[in-house]
Unconditional design. Structure first.
Length: 344
């Protein structure tokens, strides 16, 4: 039954999303060209979820509670510093971003510090601008670490068709020093041949951790289309790891787990939405994730049926039903999530 619903839901996907490109990697920008701005957002939520023992549960919680200092210094220097205070996140409060950027040259800007890895369209969509409450599982699993230490060269303008990002990074968990002499190379390129179309690709390659056999390779492609109030977005990610690798992490707070042995994984998501005249935005998202490409009947499908309601420019209410179906052995793990977001 779930398989039939998955096929039907995927077949009715329509056109989504054009995310505004931000020249820096921060989730929010300064409100003034001089001095420091204090910005942030909170996301209290309620969730109802199924459990494997048959006892459903619900809870009030916080997805994110973030505060940032952001600003510009004459001439051509900017900075961004953000902390998450949600006690429901492991190790919170914890440092998310802390980087300095130099932007004298539009096609050769530089950032140095801790910021989002330049992999994946959805990973580099600011958290307060996500169209569903949670990011896709394939992005959480394969594009991480979501934030990393390094230096990045990037370029493009608000009016240019091409944007690029090229970084040398630790490729290790945020807040920790790297354990080897090697570094990872990560990059992303986007191109808009038409006003309503954007295509792009991401890659990463490098060694991680203390084990010299830990080689990490990533590749991905993305597409965005926008027609008036209709929006569409899709992305595919492929990953190959030799030696040790990790699973988990990401927006849903799943703990990161370490594994020994190589694995090849892949997956995609596609989502569609329509912004109505009544500030309501229905959303449908289809995800597929294969945690081991060498095993048959091993993929997981997640469908998110949602609606966003915009009270004003700073306040949004989101309601999502996440319908999960696993090949092989299904487990009861569907979710209903309600989230209220306020930006300031």
């Amino acid at each position: 039954m779930k398989k039939s619903i998955s096929i039907l839901s995927f077949s009715i996907l329509i056109i989504l999303t054009s995310v505004n490109m931000i020249s820096a990697q921060g989730c929010m920008e300064a409100s003034s060209d001089e001095g420091v701005s204090i910005v942030g957002y909170i996301q209290p939520q309620w969730e109802y979820y199924q459990t494997t023992d048959g006892h459903d549960a619900n809870s009030f919680t916080f997805n994110r509670a973030r505060l940032a200092a952001v600003g510009n210094i004459p001439y051509d220097v900017s900075y961004f510093f953000m902390i998450d205070f949600s006690k429901f996140k492991a190790g919170s409060p914890w440092l998310l971003d802390a980087f300095v950027s130099y932007s004298r040259f539009e096609w050769a800007k530089v950032s140095f510090g801790q910021f989002k890895s330049p992999i994946s369209l959805e990973q580099n969509t600011p958290c307060q601008a996500l169209h569903t409450i949670y990011r896709s599982k394939v992005v959480d699993e394969l594009a991480g670490p979501q934030r990393d230490m390094g230096a990045m060269l990037f370029g493009g303008t608000a009016d240019s068709q091409l944007h690029y990002y090229l970084a040398i990074m630790n490729d290790y968990d945020k807040g920790f020093e790297d354990e080897n002499i090697a570094k990872s190379l990560k990059g992303r390129v986007t191109y808009s041949p038409l006003e309503f179309l954007q295509i792009g690709g991401s890659f990463a390659y490098g060694k991680t951790g203390v084990n010299e056999d830990n080689v990490k390779t990533r590749a991905g492609g993305e597409i965005q289309l926008s027609f008036n109030n209709f929006l569409f977005q899709g992305e595919y990610l492929w990953a190959d790891d030799t030696g040790d690798y990790t699973t988990g992490g990401g927006c849903d707070g799943t703990p990161i787990e370490f594994h020994t042995g190589g694995v090849t994984r892949c997956g995609f998501f596609a989502q569609a939405m329509y912004k109505t005249a009544w500030n309501l935005q229905p959303v449908f998202k289809f995800e597929n994730y294969d945690s081991d490409a060498s095993i048959d009947n091993n993929s997981e499908t997640i469908m998110t049926y949602g609606v966003n309601y915009f009270l004003n420019d700073w306040t949004r209410v989101q309601l999502n039903y996440r319908y999960k179906a696993e090949q092989g052995t299904e487990i009861p793990n569907d979710q209903v999530v309600l989230q209220v977001q306020v930006r300031f």
